[in-house]
Write a protein that binds this ligand. Structure first.
Ligand code: 4AD
Ligand code: MG
Length: 468
């Protein structure tokens, strides 16, 4: 079997070759003497046209092809011939095998043009649509670009655990892990606490950072790329309960190194997608971007690759926001308070009109592990803000001084027990280090021009969502 993407890439160079292709029928147009089947196999957006005429063997073939409704799966053997249509090549079938039929009256995707919301309700079938196909190929390209970038830069890929006892962000958004005995037909019964599997409370990780730090403080430069979980109750277009995070951590590095790394990594990702997914980007832009103002998807990504990001301290950002005239803020900007989504978006969509790194936040807005600056009021934290998406990256230089770290934890009322190992690294050969976390789905969201984060992950989980 050869992938349709390969056949189409070869174009006229492959004319005359016999190929076997497998896929799902997009459309099937039957004429008196011939049938034209548009076949897609997910390897690319375009379909391959299969022409079936009387030279294609037997009566069974004609019956087979006529019975192949949208969604049916088939294997085709045939010769590549020059196509009079928009594509250079098509297949003149010599054999058609219908592998799986479809009842058009019940197939949810029989008709064209479904809303994205409807497609979420058939998440097990939506991979067959052009939109999800394009999004998933871009997602795949971004995952590849992530590994390529960090591997080329000499980072080690470290697999951090999913089950943990500590709350990295201290935001209390953790899912607790309990052990259940599953019996067929009986609702799961929770084990008694004394039978608790781990002997203590355990949770799904909200971030691999603390474990990542342990490995950076021994191996130098590492990154993680894994699932993370947050019990987010808000129904926003940018939050999921399960999402993937990329978290590099670099020993002997400070906040400037961290910001430089984040910017270089993001640029590498977009450059790779531009080079490898042109057809999918054009399709997504046409479908979801067409009527929106400003440069279109590929142009937006190119601009980001070519231009330096804006960088501004939190204090400067608040000053700039306070000077904005005629804006009715829901939360008026004020030093010491969190930047709200409306502030973040204003900075990158109106003040700077490009990705913007805000750094040196008030300590009250950020997590316990961020390094206290000499002013005693701010920490060496940074967020990378993107138009439409808001916060793409959150990172910081870590507090490497044991006494300062302990006093920050005490200030925030954190129990030292779950963080014993973390504090130990500050006792044993401590050194400055920094890192960040990038929400992978937010990266995919920006690179695909989609509006809702639920449409850029294969199986989205959110508060109250059904699961497959
Ligand atoms: O800013 P956050 O909470 O930072 C951390 O978790 C750090 N421990 C990372 C580190 O320094 N290693 O989350 C990092 C990023 C955010 O900037 C955002 O892109 C994404 O993770 N994110 C979410 N994405 C989807 N759904 C959610 N509920 C998200 N929460 C955070
Ligand atoms: Mg954050």
């Amino acid at each position: 079997r050869v992938a349709i993407a390969r056949v189409l890439r070869a174009g006229k160079r492959a004319t005359g070759q016999t190929v076997t292709v497998c896929g799902w029928v997009k459309t099937n147009r039957a004429q008196k003497e011939r049938s034209f089947v548009e076949l897609n196999d997910g390897s690319c957006l375009a379909n391959l046209q299969i022409v079936v005429d009387s030279t294609c063997a037997s009566r069974e073939t004609a019956v087979t092809v006529a019975g192949a409704a949208t969604g049916a799966s088939m294997r085709v053997v045939g010769v590549l011939v020059d196509s009079p249509g928009s594509q250079e090549t098509e297949v003149k079938a010599s054999e058609v095998h219908l592998l799986g039929t479809v009842d058009a009256s019940t197939y949810p995707l029989a008709k064209k043009g479904h809303s994205l919301e409807f497609l979420r309700s058939v998440a097990h079938l939506r991979a067959r649509t052009n939109t999800l196909g394009a999004v998933m190929r871009v997602r795949n390209a971004l995952a590849y670009a992530t590994h390529a970038f960090f591997q080329q830069a000499g980072f080690l890929y470290v697999h951090t655990p999913i089950v943990t006892a500590s709350d990295c962000e201290g935001a209390g958004e953790m899912f607790q892990v309990t052990t259940h005995k599953l019996r067929a037909g009986v609702a799961p019964a929770v084990y008694k606490p004394e039978e608790d599997f781990f002997g203590k409370e355990a949770f799904l990780t909200v971030s691999g950072q603390l474990n990542g730090e342990f490995y950076a403080c021994g191996l130098g430069s590492i990154y993680t790329f894994g699932p993370t979980f947050r019990a987010e109750h808000g129904h926003t277009t940018r939050h999921l309960a399960e999402f993937w995070m990329i978290e590099p951590e670099i020993a002997f590095a400070d906040l400037t190194d961290d910001m430089n790394l984040a910017e270089a990594y993001l640029k590498h990702c977009f450059a790779h997608v531009l080079a490898s997914c042109a057809e999918d980007l054009a399709f997504l832009s046409d479908m979801y971007d067409k009527d929106k103002p400003g440069p279109k998807l590929a142009a937006r990504l190119s601009q980001i690759v070519d231009e330096p990001f804006a960088r501004v301290t939190y204090t400067e950002a608040i000053e700039l926001l306070c000077k904005v005239e005629g804006k009715a803020w829901e939360f008026p900007p004020k030093w010491g308070e969190e930047l709200q989504t409306e502030h973040e978006r204003h900075l990158c969509e109106h003040t700077f009109c490009k990705p913007t790194i805000v750094y040196n936040y008030p300590k009250g807005c950020k997590a316990f592990y961020m390094r206290l600056n000499d002013d005693g009021k701010t920490v060496a934290a940074m967020d990378v803000l993107f138009p439409k998406v808001g916060e793409m990256v959150g990172g910081s230089q870590r507090e490497e001084r044991l006494d300062v770290l302990i006093s920050r934890m005490t200030e925030l009322g954190l129990e030292p027990e779950p963080y014993k190992a973390y504090l130990d690294t500050r006792r044993c050969g401590t050194q400055k280090h920094a890192g960040f976390g990038l929400g992978f789905e937010r990266l995919v969201l920006f690179a695909t021009a989609m509006d809702n984060i639920r449409d850029v992950i294969p199986f989205p989980r959110w508060h109250g969502s059904a699961m497959f």
